[in-house]
Design a protein around this ligand. Sequence first.
Ligand code: PLP
Length: 453
Amino acid sequence: SVRPPRPTRDAAEPLPPVHSGPILDQFRIALDNIDMDDCEAHGENAFFVADLAEVYRQHLRWQRELGERVTPFFAVKSNPDPYVLRLMAALGLGFDCASQPEISAVLALPGPVSPSRIIYANPCKAASFIRNAAKCGVDTMTFDNADELAKIKKYHPGARMVLRILTDDSSSLCRLGLKFGAPLGEVRGLLKRAKQLDVNVVGISFHCGSGCKDPQLFGDAIRRARWAFDVGREEGYHFDLLDIGGGFEDNNFEEIAAVLRDAMAEQFPLDGAGKGVRIIAEPGRYYVCRAFELATNIIARRAAREGTNDETSMLELAGNEDEDTKPITMYYINDGVYSSFNSTMFDHQIVFPHVLTLDNEFQPSPPLANEHEFEACSIWGPTCDSIDCVQSNASLPTQALQVGDWLRWDNMGAYTICAASQFNGFRRSDVRYTIDSKGDVALESRLRHLLRV
Ligand code: PLP
């Protein structure tokens, strides 16, 4: 088959510079360069700072905990940032792609990246995307239903198919099992159908749900996969691929890894049933969540009880002794749920602001509650829609925090920019890049070499 030409985006659009130093310093430098009284439209837009060293550190952590047995295939959907993808490619990771454009983005990376490093991990694919995958040489892909097998037979008969099974995802932020995964009762029938169609099935995959809170569910899923491997053997297949999906979180990664190591050793021992079985995973959130922080500008405010005369204030106070109905300050910022904070809706995130400037003064460390009176307030996005509420119950030093001040939001790297819209004509927030090597000169030069900057 003929490989389509590689897009030349990298050559055509040079990437922004990569600075050095901590994220907070980058916020300060960027804010110093914004003239709030004189900038052009969009000049005070919200912006991210991404620390690429943080992505790298997460990789080292992965290698330490799981590297001996599990090859990560980065879930592109979580953050297809060009530098993040470039770093993943240079570090030798594989890629989990969900669509044809994600496949194209990965194949366009400098390297180049071989199509064998991609798993097309979407069990329900458009026919044209399957044909494109075949043209690009992307052979490994998932399925969980018989109709998908028929499409594969027609459009990509040489594909290496991976059967996605349903596992318990009840403790996850995003329950992907509601939509994908063959129940165990359907596994044998699907494999029989694949045999009839002469479709090659090479392994089993699962996903415990994105943001999995219960590490034990990974052990349970490995046992289900073992069972499916055995059914595969009975149906005449020799599976050589186990894909343990995504779902890893920054704060429970070590626990999940420990459960996985035990379960893999028990169910897929290297000197027994696991011999010759390649194990891959599709982490997304884990790699990028912490690396990106967002700065937003307070563009407007509706202060509590403003404009009320004494009489109405008294009435309000008399009628509103309940904390829930007490009027609170409303802040309006220049990024919201239609853009970077879409994660509060689609990814079930709850986000909390940190103060970046106070009365226009940069705050090197967060202001302390004993220095300022922190009060309940709400924070709203810039669009004209009332659903655009970023945080309905925040706590900020409202007496000092003025229109024009900046707020900082951490853990904004996963499922944020990639799903942002431009509703109401607002632009997506740009990214400023840095490497915070924490004084490790060798790490900085290694990263610059990997990133080609
Ligand atoms: N793999 C698949 C098939 C997914 O659908 C997802 C997320 O939706 C991921 C991997 C990444 O999950 P996470 O970011 O929780 O690691």
